[in-house]
Write a protein that binds this ligand. Structure first.
Ligand code: M6R
Length: 625
């Protein structure tokens, strides 16, 4: 995944003000906000989308087109000083074609340096196109570079064509998914195109923005337009024109309600810790207005057609990584609360399966970003088979929302840390509500039982706050056990996905060896790995067969392993080396235990000085299969 930004306008400038000596335009009482500043800051906000290279291109009357790019993080990029730049584009890259080198960094230009483009996604037919462009000089190994050379061809063939026309024509030649942002020396607009990768336009006063994500420009405007697949748009300071199939179209303007500081670190050392601590609040948002505790019903703001859920014969959850573990938690809830057979598949392995009735199968795609290529691929296979599809996502306007029949938003707010934390909790909570909705509609779940589940859900924010208040005890445990050789996480029933998620979190950010197991499986093999140097962390709560799990933990302790357990209040396991108390919230107690695991992973990684928010080799959203 890559992040792209474009800006054209006059924020922070004033016709009466002279340009200051640093090149920006000064306005009394307002910060200097040159094109360079705005694009650079936007890139910093987008760095979570990819961070192996960065680059910018500016257009101004004096210097024409100026491009600067290099491998490495955004702060390592020397942004050129172009005092009279009128517009600019920027890119932060996570490599897919060609390693992270200076040459492969975006923007890419044509042979003569007339156009520059930044791109997110993959041009699948780039090899064919490159062969057609054999008389052009290519300087990178990227799929992207065919685009500026195609633009060059179009502009040379038709000298009356402008950048907008050229992008519209080039778009017809590209296969794959992309979001493109283009500038040209002789054109005073930014032209963008979207197909399959996110692109949102910001409409400010005397300023227009475009980016992969609103967080890039939220400081300047909250009025946004989400472009549709196939849209091409031209940005000017005083407005944005959108075209589809060559014809002008109107796209609505929405107002973003997130607070700007929701996307900043807010005093924490790392986004991950901030996001762990946001869970009580993000969960309140997830649940807000959706639970009717008296009636034992939920309203997920999803307009399922009448009968859509009632005759479902099977639920298939498809997802990757942490979202897959949220799906595993949910699959158990679907079976228990909805009375429907439920399976969960790793999205890249998904196939509807033989012997299924696709039109009675509900495929639930769980994806924080809504852009994960493997999950989108699974959704497309489900759609092709004729299944009913629902997305559970955090990201409005994301690609998955355009591919499915219905979408339930988890409302967790932006998550910047690569390690998913608050979104896991909000995914499980949303899926639990969906399970109740299906159970109620099918008559499989009575009002009284539904009420209990909804009460458990409403108790979650407070229960998680109690865990956060006990963070010091987890920090101590991380100090005591953090240097162990390996870590095993175990649980049963709803504790299994939490054990898997606990291990993923630890390995992802600390780079330590960690594995999650169904506790009963320990004795079938993994026990051979257990030593005094391999702590076992266990889910010992409601919904997770605590006593049986404790028996398995004891088997590991007998072989010398230290044992740490998240234990429901009211239970006592005196032999544990460390016990963390989990408040009484029924079937969502394992989700509360997960917060202890998140904090444990965070403190182990922090003590080792790891790059917590941007772990090596990983990206926040994986948009390649
Ligand atoms: O955006 P998605 O939820 O579809 O992302 C899926 C996984 O890539 C993601 O959960 C990944 O496993 C996280 N980095 C784990 O913390």
């Amino acid at each position: 995944m890559c992040g792209i930004i474009g800006y054209i306008g006059a924020i922070g400038t004033d016709s009466d003000d002279e340009l200051d000596t640093d090149g920006g335009a000064a306005v009394s009482g307002a910060p200097t906000a040159s094109v360079g500043d705005i694009v650079h800051e936007g890139l910093r906000n987008l760095e979570y989308r990819g961070y192996d290279s960065a680059g910018v291109a500016f257009v101004g009357p004096t210097d024409g087109l100026t491009v600067a790019k290099r491998s490495g993080k955004v702060d390592g990029l020397l942004v050129p000083d172009v005092p009279d730049a009128t517009h600019g584009i920027g890119h932060t890259r996570w490599s897919t074609h060609g390693p992270p080198t200076d040459a492969n960094a975006h923007p890419h230009t044509d042979c003569v340096g007339d156009v520059a483009i930044v791109h997110n996604g993959i041009v699948e037919n780039h090899e064919t196109l490159k062969r057609e462009l054999s008389d052009h000089e290519f300087t990178s190994e990227t799929d992207t570079e065919v685009i500026p050379h195609l633009l060059e061809e179009m502009l040379a063939e038709d000298t009356d064509a402008d950048l907008l026309t050229a992008v519209q024509r080039v778009e017809d030649r590209l296969e794959g998914s992309y979001a493109i942002c283009a500038v040209r020396e002789a054109d005073d607009r930014i032209v963008v195109a979207r197909r399959g990768s996110p692109l949102v336009v910001g409409r400010g006063e005397n300023a227009s923005f475009v980016a992969s994500d609103v967080t890039a420009f939220l400081e300047y405007t909250r009025d946004v337009t989400y472009l549709e697949d196939g849209d091409v748009a031209a940005l000017e300071p005083d407005g944005v024109s959108v075209y589809h199939d060559g014809e002008p179209v109107e796209r609505g303007v929405e107002t973003v309600t997130w607070e700007a500081d929701a996307a900043e670190k807010g005093g924490y050392d790392h986004y991950m810790r901030k996001e762990i601590h946001e869970q009580p609040e993000s969960l309140r948002q997830t649940l807000a207005g959706r639970l009717d505790l008296d009636a034992g019903t939920v309203d997920l703001d999803v307009s399922f057609p009448p009968g859509y859920l009632a005759d479902v014969e099977e639920i298939q959850v498809v997802a990757c990584g942490t979202s897959n573990y949220a799906g595993r938690y949910a699959a158990r809830l679907f079976e228990e609360l909805s009375g429907v057979r439920a399976t969960v598949e790793i999205a890249s392995e998904y196939d509807v399966g033989a012997g299924r009735t696709p039109d009675r199968t509900l495929v639930v795609a769980v994806t924080q970003s809504g852009e994960t290529a493997d999950t989108l691929g699974a959704v497309r296979r489900a759609n092709a088979a004729g299944a009913r599809t629902v997305a559970v996502t955090n990201t409005l306007g994301s690609t998955v929302t355009r591919e499915v029949n219905e979408t339930a938003f988890i409302r967790a707010g932006p998550e910047i840390g690569v390690a998913a934390t608050k979104t896991f909790a909000s995914q499980v909570a949303t899926l639990a509500m969906l399970a109740v909705a299906i159970g109620r509609e099918r008559g499989a779940l009575g009002a009284a039982d539904a009420r209990t589940v909804l009460q458990n859900l409403s108790g979650l924010p407070g229960a998680i706050q109690q865990v956060l208040d006990a963070e010091a005890t987890v920090r101590e445990a991380a100090k005591e056990y953090g240097d162990s050789e390996a870590f095993f996480f175990v649980g049963r029933d709803l504790g299994v996905p939490v054990a898997l998620e606990g291990a993923l979190k630890l390995k992802e950010i600390s780079y330590d060896h960690a594995e999650g197991f169904a506790a009963g499986e320990l004795k079938h093999g993994p026990l051979a790995l257990v030593t005094p140097e391999t702590p076992v962390l266990a889910v010992l709560t409601e919904g997770a067969c605590a006593d049986e799990t404790m028996n398995n933990v004891t088997e590991a302790q007998t072989r010398g392993a230290p044992a740490l357990g998240c234990v429901s209040s009211g239970r006592e396991y005196d032999t544990l080396d460390a016990a963390f108390s989990v408040p009484d919230v029924g079937i969502v107690e394992p989700l509360v235990a997960n917060v202890y695991f998140q904090l444990f992973a965070y403190h182990v990684a922090n003590q080792k000085g790891r790059s917590i928010d941007k772990p090596r080799n990983l990206a926040k959203s994986v948009t390649v299969e």
